[in-house]
Design a protein around this ligand. Structure first.
Ligand code: MEV
Length: 406
């Protein structure tokens, strides 16, 4: 039998027989995961942290974040707390729909104008074949065609209602592909696939009093640093990494397709032909104003959501009901993460806070009892010294002292 044809238990047994050491997995968990993915051999656990309160459009949200990086949760919470003190985040959305592409190789016999005359009929026929989508409030918004040399693009814009929509768009494209397979001049179907190009946008904006960010000098430095991200791609990409720290953690917690969002954000950042920061911070009328727009193709139904109880728990805990609301929560987390990073960079630098948090992870890896780990952590924090060698030396010192006392 091929590896993929084995059960997860059989795959694990095979690996063990090959000398691979595997951590134990609860059989029920393994059986559940096997339904979700392919070639499953185990599970990978991530901590789920929380922003207990982030006010968006006047409403407080609990926002779960899945990440192994403590500073991501700390930064998002710090940003959220500052935003809350200023009344929270204002959000808006521009959800154009999801783009799909039927890409056809064509011969000189192909006439684009002839294909275009067929589009209204095709649009009607497609909507009639996807009545469930219409019943959920979605459907085809636009069907268009263009040609570049020997390639024709039939592009569909689909309102996916409350789903992310990838499966639906791909099914619609399959349907269109069949309708057009014998269209004069079409020699081959090259692809029928959704495009991850930005089209579902969510924006967040905050207005912070200068006192909240430590005064005008800090605010101006922060705004200047933001401006640098508009001019210098190397800084821009790092600024955007600070945004994605929170965005990716939220996408994971809410079971969203983070690969699609990451790809779309890369394109969005380069939309002018030069890679730039996705956010902008400015001092306007003695206030610090921050803005961020992200392409966020989110969904609250469909995909694997129904079979992932922990994701359903997270969506319910946040009280999120629609795909648009979810996107607005996620972009707000991105802005909070970005703000906290820029504020740290414009004041103490980030290393101090980071190292403090990472020291907890380092100490957790020491071969020591929980009380010894706690004692080592206290000494490291007091000395502001964060290396493993230092931690081990402190542990030895503490043990020697205790022996002497005994
Ligand atoms: C680190 O994870 C993220 C930052 O580098 C973001 C930034 O520089 O803006 C601190």
């Amino acid at each position: 039998m091929k590896f993929y044809q084995l059960t997860a238990e059989q795959r694990r047994a095979k690996l063990t027989a090959d000398g691979v050491q595997l951590l134990p997995v609860d059989p029920k968990t393994l059986a559940g995961l096997e339904q979700l993915s392919e070639n499953v051999i185990g599970s990978l656990t991530l901590p789920l942290g929380l922003i207990p309160r982030l006010i968006i459009q006047g409403r407080p949200y609990r926002v779960p974040l899945a990440t192994e990086e403590a500073s991501v949760i700390a930064a998002a919470n710090h940003g959220a707390s500052c935003f809350n003190q200023a009344g929270g985040v204002q959000t808006s959305s521009l959800r154009r729909g999801l783009i799909g592409q039927l890409i056809l190789a064509v011969t000189p016999a192909f006439k684009l104008a002839d294909l275009r005359t067929q589009l209204p009929r095709l649009k009607l026929a497609t909507n009639q074949s996807f009545l469930r989508l219409i019943a959920h409030g979605g459907g085809i918004k636009r069907l268009s065609a263009r040609q570049v040399e020997r390639v024709a693009y039939v592009e569909v814009l689909v309102d996916p209602a409350e789903a992310m929509g990838a499966n639906k768009v791909n099914s619609i494209l399959e349907f269109l592909g069949k309708q057009l397979q014998s269209f004069p001049g079409v020699s081959e179907r090259l692809a029928a696939i959704l495009s991850n190009a930005p089209s579902q946008f969510a924006s967040a904006k905050v207005i912070l009093p200068l006192a909240l960010v430590g005064g005008g000098e800090t605010a101006n430095r922060l705004a200047q640093l933001s401006q640098v991200g508009q001019q210098d791609a190397r800084r821009g990409v790092t600024n955007n990494k600070g945004i994605m720290n929170g965005v990716d953690a939220a996408l994971l917690a809410f079971g969203q397709d983070f690969r699609a969002v990451e790809a779309a954000c890369g394109m969005q950042a380069s939309r002018t032909g030069v890679y730039r920061s996705l956010s902008r911070w400015q001092v306007i009328d003695d206030q610090l104003v921050g803005e961020l727009t992200l392409p966020l193709a989110t969904g609250v139904v469909g995909g694997s959501l129904a079979s992932r109880p922990e994701v359903r728990q997270n969506i319910a805990m946040a009280g999120i009901k629609t795909a648009q609301e979810l996107a607005e929560v996620i972009v707000s987390v991105g802005l909070a993460s970005n703000f906290a990073a820029l504020l740290a960079l414009s004041t103490d630098g980030i290393q101090h806070g980071h190292m403090k948090l990472q020291t907890r992870q380092l100490v957790a890896g020491l071969a020591a009892s929980p009380s010894e780990q706690q004692a080592v952590l206290q000494v490291l924090l007091a000395r502001q010294s964060y290396g493993l060698a230092e931690a081990e030396a402190i542990l030895t010192e503490l043990r020697e002292k205790n022996e002497y006392r005994n």
